[in-house]
Design a protein around this ligand. Structure first.
Ligand SMILES: Nc1ncnc2c1ncn2[C@@H]1O[C@H](COP(=O)(O)OP(=O)(O)OP(=O)(O)O)[C@@H](O)[C@H]1O
Ligand SMILES: [Mg+2]
Length: 331
């Protein structure tokens, strides 16, 4: 069964159509990554699902309850961690958690017990008695998420849980999300980071200007960006011409000229057969006694998928210059 269903959802802010007939569903217990650049409508979608904002058209249900007709029932099932943390800096993590627990109706004893569980499950014990003001960004984010978990939600909305965090803090938030998955909580998280969606999400929905431009698993989306490429870096530039000859008949997608900045010229061969193509390339180069510096199979990244579908790079919203990153492989 689907924990969340969105059906042709529309949201207008005056002239601005923030969501335009958006439809998707999140199965119970799944992690769905809503991916899109700034202003694509991610927070708007979460606000509607969290009953904080009313849709202009279409429908949305959470746990089978309509967000417009049954907002109270929906709120019993959900928790939301906003794009900007909402902790009291002057209180400790435990005090913040207690406040959340008490506000949502737990008894003093119930709150204490639940906070103990959450702290253990999500690794907060080390710093739970420190003031928020003294915690790192990653620690704060984890406390913020933990606050949303005190009420044992069935569905958790995380709006850009790792934006602005350094790689290590991001990693710790990723571990938190992994724990949520183990606990069977349905998670809808938004992100601008393709890598994050790739790592965390069972299903990805790509949004652009309020439209769903693609959805599927990371693997199916990548498959849409075309086949993998066997990348070869030659030891010697002087071998470039001979290498082209050795690889004649294979589909060359990078020809060494464009990577003049590296000492090892690079060739790319479309590799629809994956490692079998790599093996074939190695054999041919060996037959011609051409020395290889490095060789590997590069699968298309989600960045390429997004770029192909929208012409923009989600991690730098409107940078059409990202075309250079894809190179001839995309053509
Ligand atoms: N309260 C509002 N009033 C008017 N316009 C709004 C409001 N909230 C959002 N918008 C507009 O709706 C569109 C979608 O905004 P939204 O905040 O949902 O994007 P987002 O994908 O969450 O972006 P970001 O990655 O920057 O958080 C934008 O054009 C934004 O300017
Ligand atoms: Mg947002």
């Amino acid at each position: 069964m689907s924990a969340i269903v969105i059906d042709e959802l529309v949201k207008d802010y005056g002239e601005i159509r923030a969501l335009d007939q958006v439809s998707f569903a999140v199965p119970e217990g799944a992690v769905l990554g809503l991916l899109g650049p700034n202003g694509s409508g991610k927070t708007t979608a979460l606000s509607i699902l969290a009953t904080l904002s009313r849709p202009s058209g279409g429908r949305a249900t959470v746990g089978g309850f309509d967000v417009v007709d049954d907002p109270a029932r929906v709120r019993e099932l959900i928790s939301l961690t906003g794009q900007y943390a909402s902790l009291d800096e002057s209180l400790t993590a435990r005090e913040n958690l207690t406040m959340f627990g008490r506000l949502t109706g737990l008894s003093r004893r119930g709150a204490r017990q639940r906070i103990g569980e959450v702290a253990r499950d999500f690794g907060l014990e080390e710093f739970i008695d420190r003031r928020i003001g003294t915690l790192s960004g990653g620690m704060r984010r984890r406390v913020d998420i933990a606050c949303a978990l005190v009420t044992r939600p069935q569905v958790l909305f995380l709006d850009e849980p790792t934006t602005g965090l350094d790689p290590r803090s991001r990693q710790s938030v990723w571990e938190t999300v992994a724990t949520l998955r183990i606990q069977g909580i349905t998670v809808l998280l938004t992100t601008q980071y393709l890598e994050e969606a790739d790592r965390l999400a069972d299903q990805i929905v790509m949004l652009d200007h309020g439209h769903v431009v693609a959805e599927g698993t990371s693997e199916t989306l990548k498959a849409r960006a075309g086949s993998a490429v066997c990348e070869i870096n030659l030891q010697e530039s002087a071998d470039l011409y001979r290498a082209r000859t050795a690889l004649a008949g294979l589909a060359l997608v990078e020809d060494g000229e464009s990577t003049a900045t590296t000492p090892h010229p690079r060739l790319g061969v479309a590799a629809p057969d994956g490692m079998a193509t790599v093996a074939q390339v190695i054999a041919r180069l060996q037959d011609h006694s051409i020395e290889v510096f490095d060789i590997g199979l590069r699968r298309p990244s989600l960045d390429e998928v997004f770029f192909r579908l929208t012409g923009t790079d989600p991690e730098s919203a409107d940078s059409v210059t990202a075309a250079g990153d894809i190179g001839p492989a995309a053509s």
